[in-house]
Ligand binder design. Structure first.
Ligand SMILES: Cc1ncc(COP(=O)(O)O)c(C=O)c1O
Length: 290
């Protein structure tokens, strides 16, 4: 089946879609992006993703390529044209095309918008089969990880190291020995006292949309959790570890650096949150179409 990509105002057959060689996203990673899960033809947590896209654009002084309603219409049209009901939307906005020079071009070029959509396997139903292994790696990224830029080389290198170690995620640890986040996920633990926790949001981590959706679900269910920083030692001592992302949902981590987490199977808290999030994805209150 042919696929379509959206590139700067046009829906193009995927194989023919391309961007200019002087696109600043290509040359400088002067671009931001979002990844949105589509379930049953509906972008999940679309409002949260479009809010974050707007924040990322504002942080880098890149003009939004179009209004929010128009962008929502592009996403809906991509789902329709590609006939993909369960998949991943990728949106990238760069500062645009200009002669190569580090400082922002003046006058500002039109921002460049690319949207792709690819099919995903069916939504996982069994946390044990969805579980993965993680390794820990030093966090070698820049000081504004809260902005979702395409500048992902340290994440790419950490992920590759994870893969070479037979793991699905690299959990990043800062110079003070504190856990920041995964190479492409938010990290959560259940500590030895049974408390669920994830670290506070600051410039060192991306404010995950899945994190935000899960936090709302925890409040709704009256499940307590702590927002606090935790160390590598605490990560190693955790009863349970799981990671969240738009493409991975709630994913149990059952081994860390080759050692089992807890008894080496997804724990009860992780299992409960896996189920809770699965219901949310099916159409919960926080899951609105833009
Ligand atoms: C570094 C990083 N942290 C956290 C996340 C999770 O964010 P979200 O839940 O919005 O997918 C991602 C997702 O790509 C990420 O790249």
């Amino acid at each position: 089946m042919s696929r379509f990509a959206y590139v700067n105002g046009r829906y193009r057959p995927f194989a023919e879609a391309s961007v200019h060689i002087e696109d600043r996203g290509y040359q400088f990673a002067d671009a931001v992006y979002e990844v949105v899960y589509v379930r049953g033809g509906r972008p999940v947590d679309a409002d949260l993703h479009l809010d974050r896209l707007e924040r990322s654009l504002a942080a880098l002084a890149i003009r939004p390529p179009m209004g929010r309603a128009a962008l929502g219409a592009v996403l809906a049209e991509m789902v329709r044209r590609n006939r993909i009901t369960d998949g991943l939307l990728y949106l990238q906005v760069s500062r645009g095309v200009a002669r190569r020079e580090h400082a922002f071009p003046a006058p500002a070029p039109a921002p460049a918008l690319v949207v792709t959509l690819r099919r995903l396997p069916p939504y996982p139903t069994d946390p044990a089969r969805w579980a993965g292994r993680a390794v820990t790696r030093p966090d070698e990224r820049w000081a504004r990880c809260d902005i979702k830029t395409t500048n992902l080389l340290p994440n790419v290198l950490a992920k590759q190291e994870a893969r070479e170690a037979g793991a699905m995620e690299a959990i990043l640890v800062d110079a003070d020995g504190m856990v920041t986040e995964g190479a492409s996920t938010t990290v959560w633990i259940v500590d030895p006292a049974g408390r669920l926790c994830t670290r506070p949001l600051d410039h060192a981590v991306l404010p995950g949309c899945t994190r935000a959706a899960l936090v709302a679900l925890l409040a709704e269910q009256g499940i307590g959790w702590d927002e606090r920083r935790f160390s590598l030692a605490e990560l190693r001592a955790a009863r349970e570890i799981f990671v969240t992302s738009a493409s991975g949902f709630v994913r149990p981590i059952v081994a860390l650096d080759g050692e089992p987490v807890g008894n080496g199977a997804p724990g009860s808290v992780t299992g409960r949150l896996f189920d809770l999030f699965a219901r949310h994805v099916q159409g919960g209150a926080h899951n609105r179409v833009p």
